[in-house]
Design a protein around this ligand. Structure first.
Ligand code: F6P
Length: 358
């Protein structure tokens, strides 16, 4: 009997989504030939709620290995709103189940990050056959050592840090570079080490500005006329770490600085006398073609998902453990996240290198 396999991409995009879609589709056609039909759902759960789907043709999965973004489109549809009936009076969970039924799906591949996986788990608990695939530049999905998109973003952020070095040196400045990552500091930590940042600040380790200043001054005493600070966008200082979210926002609003990056640059300039500038590469970190590493990983993950479809093994998400592609039950990983632990080797590497972690 023909299998109808749905695919959607949800949440923030990243390089490698198309490579994963391609890996899954090509492996499905290879293994199941005419016995498989692939249904693309537009714009993630938004399309699933609104019945926006179509049957796709094999040629649509060719030529997309190197293409950034997602051919299916994506949207953020917050998990916390899934059970909330809004003004439009739409029961979103019922609507998603209806689309699944209308499209006669046998299963649905959900490519996404933490939020996507929470909804994937919800749909699985509602009786749909779901397989998750872990994407995010933040690398913060529980139960997998790596997510696709992460290493491409590391490459991009590293290039930013590399390029900032020459202008920092020419002007004798401190450059504060804001790297994406609200809760997880993986991207800042890896690109900071790869790019040779002097100070790396991540959300998991609240920083003290005194330690940052000490690090800049130490470099100056050693004859270094510039410093590079890699800051994850979601960092807190030690005082903020003790505050509630609202208090934190009020403190920043009062100072007229919405981001920690802006505050850090100002404080460095005031307290060290070094002219400081900030650099925010922003969504550039999520754009463009996936790196070779991510193309391989995406293809590994996509083809593994195809195997799970063939085996009718649902309610799981694909993962990398001990360098092997495997899977985790959605119920075990949904709602958890993978942050940088104190025991992380990379933190030890940074400390051994004399990099300040604030
Ligand atoms: O989750 C990926 C990510 O790029 C985060 O690093 C960042 O905080 C967030 O998405 C930005 O979200 P948006 O694209 O919705 O502005």
């Amino acid at each position: 009997m023909k299998k109808r396999v749905g695919i959607l991409t949800s949440g923030g995009d990243c390089p490698g989504l198309n490579a994963t879609i391609r890996g899954a589709a090509k492996a499905l056609y290879e293994r199941m030939g005419d016995d498989v039909e692939i249904i693309g759902v537009a714009n993630g759960y938004h399309g699933l709620i609104n019945g926006d789907w179509r049957e796709m043709q094999p040629f649509e999965f060719s030529g997309i290995l190197t293409v950034g973004g997602t051919i299916l489109g994506t949207k953020r549809t917050p998990f916390k709103m899934m059970r909330v009936v809004g003004e439009d009076n739409v029961d979103k969970v019922a609507a998603m189940k209806k689309t699944y039924k209308d499209a006669k799906l046998d299963c649905l591949l959900c490519l996404g990050g933490n939020g996507t996986h929470k909804t994937a788990n919800l749909l699985s608990q509602e009786g749909l056959n779901i397989i998750g695939l872990p994407k995010t530049i933040d690398n913060d999905i529980y139960g997998t050592e790596v997510t696709f998109g992460f290493h491409t973003a590391v490459d991009i952020a590293t290039e930013v840090i590399d390029r900032i070095h020459t202008t920092a040196g020419s002007h004798s400045r401190v450059m504060v570079i804001e790297i994406m990552g609200n809760k997880a500091g993986w991207l800042t930590l890896y690109s900071g080490i790869a790019g040779g940042a002097d100070i790396i600040l991540i959300p998991e380790l609240p920083y003290s500005i005194e330690n940052v200043i000490t690090a800049v001054e130490k470099r100056a005493k050693n004859g270094k006329n510039f410093s590079i600070v890699a800051v994850a966008e979601g960092v807190y200082d030690v005082e903020e770490a003790r505050m509630k979210k609202k208090e934190r926002a009020a403190r920043r609003a009062e100072a007229g600085e919405t981001t920690a990056t802006a505050r850090i640059a100002r404080q460095i300039e005031e307290l060290t006398g070094f002219e400081s500038r900030i650099c925010v590469p922003g969504h550039m970190q999520r754009g463009g073609s996936p790196s070779a590493y991510d193309r391989v990983l995406a293809t590994q993950f996509g083809t593994y998902a195809a195997k799970l479809v063939e085996m009718e093994h649902y309610g799981v998400t694909v993962a990398m453990k001990n360098n092997h592609v495997t899977q985790n039950p959605l119920s075990e990983i949904a709602g958890k996240s993978h942050l940088v632990p104190e025991s992380c080797d990379m933190l030890q590497v940074a400390r051994r290198m004399g990099i300040s972690l604030g």
